[in-house]
Design a protein around this ligand. Structure first.
Ligand SMILES: Cc1cc2nc3c(=O)[nH]c(=O)nc-3n(C[C@H](O)[C@H](O)[C@H](O)COP(=O)(O)OP(=O)(O)OC[C@H]3O[C@@H](n4cnc5c(N)ncnc54)[C@H](O)[C@@H]3O)c2cc1C
Length: 369
């Protein structure tokens, strides 16, 4: 293969879902270039797998709603079973944060998301471990849940593959050929690939890939976040929803008979697999002591860290580059890339194929200085 109409860089959720939606629209000439030997090595395989619809950014809330609907009802022709544990979510808030959370939930309800206001007593009835937790109220979202991310990612890639897309693993993109301001090809470790359109779905590497092409400088910041896992615990109910204290930035959910816990740390890091830091375990212990004292000295069995790639305004970056013709961005999916994967891929595909013009608030043109 020495040429492709559409070359996608990255086989994470951004690239895989874009390929899937392009192929569903009849496009066949797609090559996905992935530097690793398999998909899901980076953010798309190192996350909490939670599907949360009530989020602070209205434009993302709409995509999250559509994404959750897709995940609850994956198409019948999907090549792998994708489990979706519909245990719901319980979002907790305190003080001004609680008022803001109530406004977000109201906005969600107006957009069609099921989101009920619960008293602390009702929340404690649902999740007994919240007995002594500190919060003023909770938002109950019964249609949230937890999805099998590996099956989902593999499903996008296998569906796209069955319709003609090719994935080239072990293909590190090193540069581009740009002729008269238009993308002409991609230089990989393995050689040159002529390309009509290049789609930058490189996650934490998105800014560096943009720079190689001479694209607009999108201030993408990869930020590390840790997840901690306990051994099975007798008092954990597998049917608990995921619980997110939005005012004190910590969440937990049942996982393999124990708990997955996250203190919502956010430290900027270079792209790659970030090292874990014992100081973040101390942050977690501190948050547990203050906000979830009922957990006591819960023992941590293992941990991992991944990167959430953010831009300062917290929105996604989806659309044509304003500087280089034929260069398209699907990046900055932050902490929502699993949940929103299908509508993000659908939006990207419809913009790439000219079915709609302008990505509005997601456009990379907002970074032109
Ligand atoms: C701890 C944590 C918890 C999270 N929890 C959730 C959650 O509960 N729910 C949710 O919706 N989202 C969650 N997220 C966010 C979600 O994981 C990301 O938004 C999503 O995975 C981003 O996908 P991506 O395709 O943009 O990036 P990635 O998955 O990182 O994919 C980018 C790919 O590009 C490849 N690549 C990069 N450069 C090159 C190159 N030069 N040549 C070839 N290939 C290249 C990389 O190898 C990589 O595979 C979480 C993230 C973290 C870190």
């Amino acid at each position: 293969m020495v040429s492709a109409q559409y070359v996608i860089i990255g086989a994470g959720f951004a690239g895989a879902a874009t390929a899937y939606h392009l192929t569903r629209r009849g496009v066949r000439d797609i090559v996905i270039l992935e530097q690793e030997g398999m998909a899901g090595i980076h953010s798309s395989g190192r996350n909490a797998s939670m599907v949360r619809q009530v989020v602070p950014e209205p434009a993302i809330m709409q995509l999250a709603k559509e994404g959750a609907e897709f995940l609850r009802n994956v198409p019948p022709d999907w090549p792998v079973a994708v489990s979706f544990e519909r245990n719901g979510s319980l979002l907790l808030g305190s003080g001004e944060g609680w008022e803001k959370l109530c406004r977000d939930a109201e906005m969600g309800r107006e957009g069609g998301i099921e989101a009920e206001v619960w008293s602390p007593a009702k929340a404690r009835e649902r999740v007994s471990i919240l007995k002594n937790a500190t919060f003023d109220g909770a938002i109950w979202c019964p249609t949230d849940g937890v999805v099998d991310v590996h099956a989902l990612l593999s499903g996008y890639l296998r569906m796209a593959g069955s319709l003609g897309a090719q994935v080239h693993y072990g293909s590190l993109v090193r540069g581009f050929e740009v002729k008269g301001n238009r993308i002409a090809g991609v230089v990989t470790e393995k050689g040159f690939l002529e390309a009509g359109t290049v789609i930058n779905a490189a996650g934490p590497w998105g800014r560096a890939i943009g720079a190689l092409a001479g694209a607009v400088d999108v201030p993408l910041r990869p930020c590390r976040r840790h997840l901690f896992f306990t051994a099975p615990l007798p008092w954990v109910d597998r049917k608990w929803p995921f619980v997110w204290h939005t005012s004190h930035d910590m969440y937990f959910r049942p996982e393999a008979g124990g708990l997955l816990l996250c203190p919502c740390d956010q430290d900027e890091m270079p792209p790659g697999i970030p090292p874990t830091d014992v100081a973040v375990l101390e942050l977690l212990a501190d948050k547990i002591r203050h906000f979830f004292p009922e957990f006591g000295d819960v023992a941590i069995k293992s941990s991992l860290a991944g990167l959430r790639t953010l831009v300062p305004d917290g929105r996604f970056v989806i659309g044509w580059d304003p500087n280089v013709k034929g260069f398209f961005w699907v990046a900055g999916l932050g902490g929502h890339g699993v949940t929103t994967s299908s509508p993000v891929g659908a939006l990207a595909a419809s913009l790439i194929l000219g079915e709609r013009s302008g990505a509005g608030e997601f456009s990379p043109a907002r970074f032109v200085v």
